[in-house]
Design a binder for this molecule. Structure first.
Ligand code: GDD
Ligand code: MN
Length: 403
């Protein structure tokens, strides 16, 4: 092991990761004390980037907390300029429970955690931040919560006994928003109080079976979406303030997070149910009707401007005209149910369209003012988001409420 400590590790391919997970060796199981013999064995992954003042305290506290367990700690450091990796190596050269991986080819919290997982040789894998914001003393509780059939145990800030110290209202709102987005995009996260947690443990064998390939840094979401865990338990903890060093996660992490959630949402098993052939046809027809609707909108808008109307008036007339065209087209073509309840469908479709318009402007505001997205991309994204809403709303609310 000491030799591995001085290797500069290369990037693993997914295939290599799977392979290394298949050849689990449980290297220490024969030599561990009797105390450890029937306790759970754990590989603890600690990602680090510029944590020189925290790395020894976190390792010491984790080792103490897990003294009743067979444990290996894998530090995954991305070649920190403050030489966190060197400090860790020097302090623990003689302790074969601690391994330090210094990555030079790859970086990012998500891939760091996965790298740690791929090195795991014990029955359970846990992840904890290096900056002491997650309490190591909770680790035994996390492990104890694994019963027959439990595959994942999450340290949660949002159940009784959990909490967050010293966050501004802004950060809480952002966090709550991100949690909602995660639930929206990843159905498997829906029943979970803290799907954004960076403090969790998972049965190693379910990791080995899935191919995790995260964008962004929320590995737990990845695990929930891809590993098909049977039981998920949550254990409360209090997220404390960082005492030393600086947080590494900057604002563009929020954007990466959104992409990650969208990707997980798209690859989710729910998608199969979503894209039945009949529905795909409806979506195409809906798109075609909407495309002509855009032309109708433009014609009316230009005509209104041509006769000297205020642009807001012209836009309102154009919107109303387009909604009516869309209603007709969808009523007769897309949903093809002309028989009964015309008035109800008409009124509900109007509601959906108005809500769609609010969603469109809301998304534009968030993208342009909130995230500084360029106009063109912001507009396309807002059209995409509101069109999706319009389609689902037209289907579930206006035309086919009973399906
Ligand atoms: N190897 C590696 N590479 N480690 C990293 C990187 C990276 O690019 N970026 C951050 N880390 C390490 C840090 O050193 C720390 O141990 C841990 O990952 C969390 O990073 P922080 O910068 O402290 O993140 P945070 O406090 O904003 O976010 C944490 O809180 C979130 C809850 O709001 C993380 O734990 C998230 O996972 C958690 O969801
Ligand atoms: Mn932190």
């Amino acid at each position: 092991m000491a030799e591995e400590n001085i290797l500069i590790e290369q990037t693993d391919t997914a295939e290599q990761q799977v392979r290394s997970a298949e050849t689990i060796a449980y290297p220490r199981s024969e030599s561990v004390d009797e105390v450890l013999a029937d306790s759970k064995s754990v590989t603890l992954v600690i990602p680090t980037y510029n944590e020189r003042d925290n790395v020894e305290p976190i390792i010491d506290r984790c080792l103490t907390a897990l003294s009743e367990h067979a444990v290996e700690i894998v530090i995954v450091d991305d070649d920190s300029p403050d030489e966190t990796w060197r400090i860790a190596r020097e302090a623990y050269t003689n302790d074969d429970r601690v391994r330090v991986i210094r990555r030079t080819e790859e970086s990012g919290l998500g891939t760091a955690v996965l790298r740690g997982f791929s090195e795991a040789s014990y029955e359970f894998c846990a992840v904890i931040d290096a900056d002491l914001q997650h309490p190591p003393e909770k680790l035994p509780e996390l492990l104890d919560a694994f019963e027959e059939g439990t595959d994942v145990v999450i340290g949660s800030r949002h159940i009784d006994g959990g909490g967050i110290e010293g966050w501004s209202r802004f950060r809480r709102v952002v966090s709550a928003g991100a949690t909602s987005a995660a639930r929206l995009g990843v159905p498997e996260a829906r029943g979970i109080s803290d799907p954004m947690s960076g403090f969790f443990a998972v049965r190693q064998d379910i990791l080995a079976e899935a191919e995790l390939n995260p964008k962004g840094y929320k590995i737990l979401l990845e695990v929930l979406a891809k590993c098909d865990p049977d039981g998920v338990a949550e254990v409360p903890y209090v997220f404390t303030e960082r005492e030393r060093g600086e947080s590494n996660l900057t604002h563009d992490e929020y954007v990466k997070f959104a992409e990650h959630v969208a990707m997980l949402g798209m690859s989710s098993r729910e998608l199969e149910r979503f894209v039945e052939p009949e529905r795909a046809t409806r979506a195409l027809e809906f798109g075609a009707v909407g495309g002509i609707g855009v032309v109708v909108n433009t014609l009316v808008f230009m005509a209104g401007r041509g006769i000297g109307s205020h642009y807001l008036l012209a836009a309102t007339a154009a919107f109303v005209a387009a909604v009516h065209w869309n209603f007709l087209g969808n009523w007769l073509i897309t949903f093809d149910q002309p028989e009964n309840g015309l008035l109800g469908k008409y009124l509900r479709f109007n509601l959906v369209s108005v809500a769609g318009f609010l969603i469109y402007t809301g998304l534009l505001a968030v993208a342009i003012q909130g995230l500084g997205t360029p106009d063109l991309i912001a507009n396309l994204a807002a059209i995409g988001g509101s069109s999706l809403w319009n389609f689902l709303g037209a289907e579930k609310f206006a035309f086919l409420p009973n399906t």
